[in-house]
Design a protein around this ligand. Structure first.
Ligand code: T5A
Length: 207
């Protein structure tokens, strides 16, 4: 496993506020003259966006192993074509989800064996891991309420609240296992407050 200090991932269950906090962080980093590359998973490449369409299609049934491998197909393309070149060019890369989403959703949520999940992730990333993971922790109830208030649930959000409960526990376990690389925030707090706090910590970490 090779943690890259300039690769930062936002993680959390659906509706935890990742995209909103990431947008606020980006504004603050740009105001300071920074130019990070921001991405979302699955997606970020032509192949990845097409795979995203398959994965989020609520009508399309899939076996757990098929789902695991589709997420890795999108990720392998993103790592090879976008993330590694950007890191090699000295840019900071901030991703809305990365490999810990697979550990939490397909590992803890779907119950796929840990070795299977790790082998699949490794095939996609060749061991690249974020130097910093920002986890926005919310209850499944709050996350789903936020998604519902936008009037849509995708294939993954269609699963029961119990599924997101297992995903949340999986994330918290990963944070406990990697305290030097994970920062956990209460995602139920007011958005501006969260953005200020996350931005201050990211700026400190990036020096
Ligand atoms: N997935 C992904 C896997 O299963 N395995 C994998 O390996 C990967 C990479 C992706 C799905 O794929 C799964 C996880 C996901 O289910 P997506 O559409 O990209 O699907 O879903 P999410 O990444 O979950 O994006 P969401 O938009 O659902 O959630 P966010 O980004 O966490 O939440 P955000 O910022 O859009 O906020 C949701 C709403 O809440 C409000 C916002 O204004 C917005 O309306 N909000 C707040 N309101 C009050 N206070 C706050 N602090 C708030 N923060 C946000």
């Amino acid at each position: 496993m090779a943690r890259h200090p300039a690769l930062i991932a936002f993680e959390g269950i659906d509706g935890s506020g990742k995209s909103s906090v990431l947008r606020g962080l980006l504004e603050r980093l740009r105001a300071r003259g920074g130019d990070p590359l921001t991405l979302r998973e699955p997606g970020g490449t032509p192949l990845g966006e097409r795979v995203r369409g398959l994965l989020l299609d609520a009508e399309l049934r899939r076996a757990p192993a098929a789902e695991l491998l589709l997420f890795q197909a999108a990720r392998a393309e993103l790592v090879a074509e976008v993330i590694r070149p950007a890191l090699a060019a000295g840019r900071t890369v901030i991703s809305d989800r990365f490999c810990d989403s697979t550990r939490a959703y397909q590992g803890s949520g779907l119950g796929l064996p840990r070795e299977t999940v790790e082998a699949a992730i490794h095939a996609a990333t060749d061991g690249l891991e974020p130097g910093l993971v920002i986890l926005l922790d919310v209850t499944p109830e709050l996350g789903l309420n936020r998604s519902d208030s936008r009037g849509r649930r995708d294939a993954i959000e269609e699963r029961a609240e119990a599924f997101l409960g297992r995903v949340r526990e999986g994330y918290l376990e990963l944070a406990r296992e990697n305290p030097e690389h994970w920062l956990v925030f209460d995602g139920a707090r007011p958005l501006e407050e969260l953005i200020d706090e996350v931005a201050a910590l990211v700026v400190e970490r990036l020096g």
